[in-house]
Ligand binder design. Structure first.
Ligand code: ARG
Length: 587
């Protein structure tokens, strides 16, 4: 593993050295470097500095340029406008830097020196309930953050905080006791499909709900069953476990369709913290963080208001002694900080739960569980909307089943693949259809900033043009096809060659991969990586249309262009893999 400094960081450093040599009184001023259309980079930092030193910016800029010794990275530095620097790096420096990246399995991307342990709470569906698009977002964004953080060297612990506890289980379990065969499978001994598991649960849920609403005596028995469950009665717990197991069959089938690797030990649902709840309440009450109010244990805040503008307390324990969502989340924080040794707690959860998390985090801070060494962040995501811009519902007004959406995406994608398929077998079309369809759904989710709502528009998602995963997958597959056709010609870097403008643009962009990764990880913003990859594919398309690869003028140029193609493909592949999207070799 060799981390390769990007040209941007090398240039930044040379400029900073030039600045302090020319203007020692400026201290360590930031040259403020960024990519530019006029040259490769532009530095604007001298303007602010001149103001501070009460000097003429153009004169200062000229002094800085003169104090930078000649070197083989910077080809040209020119003072422009009121005192900007326009910087052009040499062609050789670009190719040499890229060659160093190509020699490294991590493409020269450095590890984060300040890496810690992040416990990430994501993909948390609810037992005995269908998964919907909200669960899709948490799963997709969370899985991408897991990969991205791990790639930067962070230790990541995954936690799927599934909804597996609560009063509704009294009703379900009681119903199952009274109708013992309702969860039995049609074909005893055969593997149960996720579909069958969910349809069993759905039927049972509906029937028990109906009975609960219509029959007072059943209601009473169901409520008594909740008490048994909470008291840990063995028979009741065993039945509860059947609901959890049945639901897991269904969850895993959806995660598999999503091409996501969810592992059983990482599923620690709400029930996993039952043993800690009493203690959590005791600590909060004894320390005065929480107080009794009308029998309930509450935490009060001055600045958190409900939708009606009135201050809302966080209820840790209800007046009847029951524990809710807050007690579980507070206990989970204690577990994650004290046992899992987290330095960051990341929650990938719907923005509509933001008030809950603000209150929970503030409570944990007051209790000392969160502090300067351990922070908690909600990566809050917006709502998925239908094409009409309203929250996504079926025509009948019901929430859309996630599986139906995924199946439709796969169907549409398969049609696109089939239409373009030249040398694919039927089996390959099916496989690629799933990779393209699921990739399309993930990419659409990841390419808009998480906080924003987005429209679920399958036509747009599987379009070959525009900012879609299909476009990126085709760019990747096209490069692979060129590499296959190259025959004996192999990718090889030739720093002695002059580069065309589109080669420089592509090369400099490839060189910026590590910076984008660092930014994406630090800001929990996968859309930044998606935007980078889209631009990478676009720059590649321009390069490809302007620069013949296999028919380039000289054998060296063929090799150098193949080298650019290959490194672009590897960068695309790595970036897409971090987003959880496949890049088939042929499409
Ligand atoms: N199961 C919840 C839901 O479906 C999400 C859980 C979020 N995580 C947490 N630690 N509260 O909305």
């Amino acid at each position: 593993m060799a981390s390769v400094p990007s040209l941007a960081s090398t240039v930044q450093q040379r400029l900073a050295e030039g600045l302090s040599a020319a203007l020692p009184e400026a201290g360590s001023a930031d040259p403020l470097l960024r990519r530019s259309d006029r040259a490769d980079f532009q530095a604007n930092g001298i303007l602010a500095l001149a103001k501070q030193l009460k000097g003429n910016p153009r004169e200062l800029a000229t002094k800085v340029v003169e104090s930078i010794p000649a070197n083989d990275v910077l080809k040209e530095i020119e003072v422009s406008g009121p005192g900007f620097l326009n910087i052009t790096v040499s062609d050789a420096a670009i190719v040499e830097t890229l060659a160093a990246r190509a020699a490294d399995a991590r493409l020269g991307v450095p590890l984060n020196e300040a890496a810690g342990t992040t416990v990430i709470d994501y993909a948390q569906p609810n037992v005995a309930k269908e998964m919907h698009v909200g669960h899709l977002r948490s799963a997709v964004i969370g899985a991408a953050m897991v990969e991205i953080l791990e790639f930067t060297g962070e230790t990541v612990v995954r936690r799927h905080h599934i909804g597996d506890w609560g009063t509704q289980f009294g009703m379900l379990i009681q119903y199952l006791i009274e109708h013992p065969h309702e969860l039995d499978h049609k074909d005893e001994g055969a593997e149960v499909s996720g579909e069958e598991a969910m349809s069993n649960l759905n039927r049972l849920y509906k029937a028990s709900r109906a009975l609960f609403d219509a029959d007072e005596e059943f209601k009473t028995r169901a409520r008594a069953r909740v008490v048994d469950l909470q008291a840990g009665d063995e028979e009741t717990l065993a039945l509860w476990q059947r609901f959890v197991d049945e639901s897991k069959i269904y969850f895993y089938s959806v995660f598999e369709k999503l091409d996501m690797d969810i592992r059983d030990p990482d599923i620690v649902g709400e029930s996993g913290y039952n043993d800690m709840l009493q203690e959590t309440c005791r600590i909060l009450e004894e320390s005065g963080v929480a107080v009794r109010s009308e029998g309930a244990l509450c935490v009060f805040f001055d600045d958190f208001k409900g939708p009606d503008g009135n201050p809302v307390p966080l209820i840790v324990q209800k007046s009847d002694g029951g524990f809710g969502y807050a007690a579980t989340d507070l206990s989970a924080i204690r577990d994650r900080v004290q046992n899992l040794k987290a330095t960051t707690l990341l929650y990938v959860v719907d923005a509509r739960q933001s008030l809950h998390f603000k209150m929970v985090f503030e409570t944990a801070r007051r209790a000392g569980w969160l502090n300067d060494e351990v922070k908690a962040v909600q990566l809050a995501f917006g709502t998925v909307l239908g094409k009409d811009g309203k929250p996504f519902k079926t025509r009948e007004g019901e929430t859309v089943r996630l599986v139906d959406l995924l199946d439709e995406a796969i169907d549409r994608a398969s049609a696109v693949v089939r239409e373009k398929a030249q040398d694919l077998t039927e089996e390959e079309i099916t496989e690629r259809g799933a990779q393209v369809g699921i990739g399309a759904v993930k990419y659409a989710d990841l390419s808009t900033s998480a906080a924003r709502d987005y429209k679920f528009d399958l036509d747009q998602m599987v379009s070959l043009n525009g900012d879609t995963s299909v476009y990126l997958q085709y760019a990747y597959a096209r490069i692979q096809s060129i590499l296959r056709k190259a025959g004996d010609a192999k990718p090889a870097a030739h720093p002695e060659l002059e580069l065309a403008p589109s080669e420089r643009a592509l090369g400099l962009h490839v060189d910026g991969f590590g910076e984008v990764i660092a930014e994406t990880a630090a800001e929990y913003a996968p859309h930044k990586l998606a935007a980078y990859l889209y631009q990478l594919a676009s720059l590649y398309t321009t390069f490809y249309s302007e620069c013949p690869v296999l028919k380039a003028d000289t054998p060296e140029q063929v090799e150098n262009r193949l080298f650019l193609c290959d490194l672009t493909a590897r960068t695309l592949h790595q970036g897409m893999a971090l987003l959880g999207i496949r890049t088939p070799e042929r499409l």
